[in-house]
Design a protein around this ligand. Structure first.
Ligand code: UDP
Length: 324
């Protein structure tokens, strides 16, 4: 099988390359390196089954050729990180909506299967825990940029299903929950690499808001194996599927855990959301997936645990201090 991975030089994309190469796929990555990095691909660069093009998915000529040469598209190219999304709202909407539009148009021309990496942000402010794929989505006001990200990904989902309905093509929509692991950068706001970096240097751990908001963190190795399984599961075509972990932890508890794992001297400081992001910022209070559908379709069950992931990320950061 030949995969085109857009955004393949990103944190998740880089790990997905590894999984697919191990399974005998040949890989073409397309990435503009805006938030991705060649470091995420350095293990595969000499592999004859791996190719890498530095360009944007908005370059329709390049995209056309790469789509014509693949069997399946993993569309991972997107704006990432709440901090970046809030700072660059126009770029976020353009990257997500126009980027996916270009990918779908090319997929349609060559009748290719597409897996779109969507996000648990789509559930928005829903308090209906755990989030099920068939649930209503609850967005915030259009004056708050955070929700533009959620809505832009929801539009991507609508567009993919619309294409599938008109053409009969296979599309897979995967809503990723908080995904963590080695090589993730804290540069775009992600909490785990940030807290670990702070803990390793005994700097204050920056908890935003009151810290009672919660998340479920899943190791990227569980997520990428599941992506590779899903795209070959015919029954999953035409569906939305949650992927992540359902082990919930508050951000306060996460900060304490990270301090204790590394025996750090860090203290915890609480920073108001207005200061951390922008005035009037609205967070998601809880974010927990229902994983029943993925379990039924591909036998999905995350095997990694958070303590182990935190240790792995810490070891990686110690060994690669400049990349963080
Ligand atoms: N967060 C935090 N300190 C940081 C970065 C993030 O307290 O330095 C919080 C953030 O406000 C959110 C949670 O950690 O409530 C998870 O943030 P992340 O950006 O990793 O993911 P998302 O908000 O998309 O779930």
């Amino acid at each position: 099988m030949r995969a085109l991975i857009t955004g393949g030089a990103g944190f998740i994309g880089g790990h997905l390359c590894g999984v697919l190469l191990e399974r005998g796929w040949s890989i073409q990555v397309l990435d503009d390196l805006s938030t991705g990095s060649k470091d995420n691909l350095k293990d595969y660069i000499d592999n004859p089954s791996f190719r890498f093009a530095v360009d944007t998915v908005l370059n329709e000529m390049v995209l056309d050729r790469l789509v014509s040469e693949c069997d399946i598209i993993f569309h991972l190219a997107a704006a990432v990180g709440v901090e970046l999304i809030v700072k660059r709202p126009v770029h976020t909407i353009r990257t997500n909506v126009e980027g996916t539009d270009c990918v779908l148009k090319a997929a349609r021309r060559y009748h290719r299967t597409v897996l779109i990496a969507s996000t648990s942000e789509v559930y928005g402010k829903s308090a209906n825990i755990p989030f099920r794929e068939c649930d209503d989505t609850v967005s915030g006001p259009t004056t708050k940029h955070r929700w533009a990200y959620a809505c832009s990904k929801a539009i991507d989902e609508f567009a993919a299903f619309a294409m599938a309905k008109e053409t009969g093509q296979s599309v897979y929509i995967v809503r990723l929950f908080n995904t963590v692991g080695v090589r993730q950068s804290g540069r775009y706001g992600m909490v785990i690499p940030r807290f670990i970096k702070q803990a390793l240097s005994d700097e204050p751990i920056t908890v935003y808001g009151d810290g009672e908001q919660s998340r479920c963190f899943c190791n990227v190795t569980d997520v990428t194996r599941a992506l590779a399984d899903l795209v070959l599961c015919d029954e999953a075509a035409g569906q939305v599927i949650n992927l992540g972990s359902d082990e919930e932890i508050t951000i306060n508890a996460l900060a304490e855990k990270i301090i204790s794992v590394f025996g750090s001297k860090s203290t915890i400081v609480r920073i108001p959301y207005d200061e951390a992001y922008e005035e009037g910022f609205e967070d998601m209070q809880r974010r927990v997936p229902c994983l029943d559908k993925a379990a039924r379709l591909i036998g999905y069950k995350p095997i990694s645990n958070l303590d182990q992931t935190i240790r792995e990320v810490g070891d990686y950061m110690r060994a690669n201090p400049i990349q963080q």
